[in-house]
Design a protein around this ligand. Structure first.
Ligand code: BES
Ligand code: ZN
Length: 590
């Protein structure tokens, strides 16, 4: 058998799925989706077809009116169970009837109390990287693309959304049925579904937002600039080919900041600050519509092609929308974070290479920000050596040529060689991609706003605390930069002082707390623990809570609390969050 992707059982020499029609019934009592799915193949298949599944309860498999033979014949903790459809005799379509597991990895079923409204239950999915297989059997590798339609039956009071075009709604008894179609071929990891008590508001002619009624107005104000963002993104990346761009605001347990599901970005409610201060998160997810969703990494080893390109595009769009000063501040902050993480995993760890060999690696537990920022800095360096104008032409050619395709790192290098040979002469692309660490030989970002923060920090380290006035006008990223660069341990009195002068409590910005609470823990500020517990109990965004758990592991006094806190909050969080933190604690012997 030929495996094409270390994270999938799919053997692409057998044939590829081209289209799936999904009929989904939601059961909020048992936390199960009952699904009937008709699969169409690119070409007729004879012999075997391997599909990825995990926890799927298959009831029936039929092709041309006949029962198919099938078996789950391999199983692996990470990959799940291989569904082997047998003795296919030149079929080009088949139907599967099955149920998801009540603990399906991709799905979080929340009781009403964990939603903004407190009344109605909520369901949402997160398929990236390898969880689509827990919703429906598929070739769960980003190198296979398919179109689909979906019909979703939900209780009457709820609304279903799918990352696709909505084409109809109908009431039937106590249920409502929502119909969708996705005419653009997507990789399985971009399948997404959400069900809840949702309202919708238009933001512009092709943009809108779905959120619980309690927060929809705040979301509408916060993201009012989305239409303008698309126009800016189009200038850089080419025409937007997905039709609409809507948002779905999720409950705070959502494990990520955002997820670039096509036509419908899934978003953490912590992005709603009341200041429009975190819309770069939208810029990031929107940019994925090109870099990731249109041109897709072939395997998770090539993840930097998705995230590095997207982070690069994000910085370019931010530069236009927020100005160069802010973009430079963010770039210097990002560079410090990159160093922080590379030092944590080890400067010579393979995790610091852009192409990461990932056989046997759990993508959820090993994903870091390294491919984001190191990838972005590589692309900036390429831009730097040939000039923006030529690089911009290259970007448009790249998104145009590879649209709706998947790409390996090696194919990308070939394309770069062909289109911009001078880049290959001037930038050691191979070192950037295949060697650990970060080369000295590169242009470095500079920022006066960052330097201001550094001055204050230097004075602090020499014994002078900043005054409230000195930092009153700081940009959000200056505050982050300050908190990030504080000494690991500071006097408890200073923790209290900084919390007060930075007005962290009033700002309601969860981003501040990833560093601040880590500092509180390292500094032995024990009275902060109840607040930290409350924060972790509510916020599922891994980027924010992982540093807090790492600080607990590293601290003599807080170590003993880490496992207890996880156990206390795990019912409220997505399985991905619990799994990732559990792994971290296990590795620390907790
Ligand atoms: N696609 C990612 C989220 C993701 C990565 C999910 C890997 C599963 C596996 C998304 O675009 C993302 O990068 N989100 C970031 C925000 C971004 C601005 C750095 C996040 O969640 O923090
Ligand atoms: Zn991303």
């Amino acid at each position: 058998m030929t495996r094409h992707d270390p994270h999938s059982y799919a053997d692409l020499t057998q044939g590829k799925i081209a289209h799936i029609d999904l009929h989904i019934k939601t059961d909020f009592d048992t936390h199960i989706l009952k699904i009937e799915a008709e699969y169409r193949l690119e070409e007729p298949v004879s012999g075997s077809l391997f599909l990825d599944t995990v926890g799927i309860d298959l009831k029936q498999a039929i092709a041309s009116g006949q029962n198919l033979q099938w078996e789950f014949d391999e199983q692996d903790e990470l990959l799940g169970e291989r569904l082997h459809l047998k003795n296919l005799d030149g079929v080009s379509s088949f139907t599967l009837a099955f149920s998801t597991s009540s603990v399906a990895r991709a799905l979080q079923w929340l009781p009403g109390v964990q939603t903004a409204g407190g009344q109605h239950p909520f369901l949402y999915s997160q398929c990236q990287a390898i969880h689509a297989r827990s919703i429906f059997p598929c070739q769960d590798t980003p190198s296979v693309r398919f179109t689909f339609s979906a019909e979703v039956e939900v209780p009457k009071a709820l609304t279903a959304v799918v990352a696709a075009e909505q084409i109809g709604v109908e009431e039937r008894g106590e249920s409502r049925i929502f119909r969708f179609k996705m005419p653009q071929p997507i990789p399985s990891y971009l399948f997404a579904i959400g069900v809840g008590h949702l309202a919708f508001r238009e933001l512009g002619s092709r943009t809108g937002v779905y959120a619980e009624p309690e927060i929809v107005e705040a979301a509408t104000w916060e993201f009012a600039e989305n239409e303008a963002k698309i126009m800016e993104a189009e200038k850089l990346l080419g025409p937007y080919l997905w039709g609409r761009y809507d948002l779905l605001i999720l409950p705070p347990s959502f494990p990520y900041g955002g997820m670039e599901n096509p036509r419908l970005t899934f978003l953490t409610p912590t992005a709603i600050l009341g200041t429009r201060g975190q819309t770069c998160l939208i810029t990031h997810e929107l940019a994925h519509a090109w870099t990731g969703n249109l041109v897709t990494n072939a395997t998770w080893e090539d993840f930097w092609l998705n995230e590095g390109w997207t982070t690069y595009a994000e910085t370019r769009i931010t530069e236009v929308l927020e100005g160069k000063e802010i973009a430079d501040l963010m770039a210097v902050y990002d560079e410090h974070r990159l160093f922080e993480v590379m030092e944590r995993v080890g400067m010579d760890s393979p995790l610091t290479c852009l192409k990461v060999p990932s056989e046997g690696r759990d993508p959820d537990a090993t994903t870091t920000i390294i491919p984001y920022y190191k990838g972005c800095f590589l692309l900036k360096e390429c831009e730097h050596v040939i000039g923006r104008e030529r690089f911009d032409a290259f970007i448009q050619k790249y998104t145009g040529k590879y649209q709706f395709q998947s790409l390996t790192t090696e194919a990308f290098i070939e394309f770069l060689k062909q289109e911009l040979p001078e880049v290959i002469e001037k930038v050691d692309v191979y070192e950037w991609i295949y060697e650990p660490g970060l080369t000295e030989n590169r242009s470095r970002p500079q920022s006066t706003l960052y330097d201001e923060v550094q001055e204050i920090l230097t004075a602090y380290k020499q014994g002078t605390r900043p005054t409230k006035e000195q930092i009153a006008d700081w940009h959000r990223y200056q505050i982050f930069s300050f908190l990030q660069a504080l000494p690991v341990q500071i006097p408890v009195e200073d923790c209290k002082y900084f919390e007060a002068i930075l007005e962290l409590e009033n700002k309601n910005d969860a981003g501040n707390y990833m560093y601040f609470y880590a500092t509180c823990i390292a500094s032995g500020y024990r009275e902060s623990l109840p607040r930290i517990e409350e924060f972790i109990g509510k916020i599922g965004r891994l980027l924010y809570i992982l540093p807090i758990f790492r600080a607990m592991i590293a601290s003599d006094w807080a170590r003993a609390h880490a496992r207890r806190i996880l156990e206390q909050v795990q019912e409220r969080h997505h399985k991905i969050t619990v799994h990732v933190i559990n792994k971290l604690l296990e590795e620390a012997g907790l």
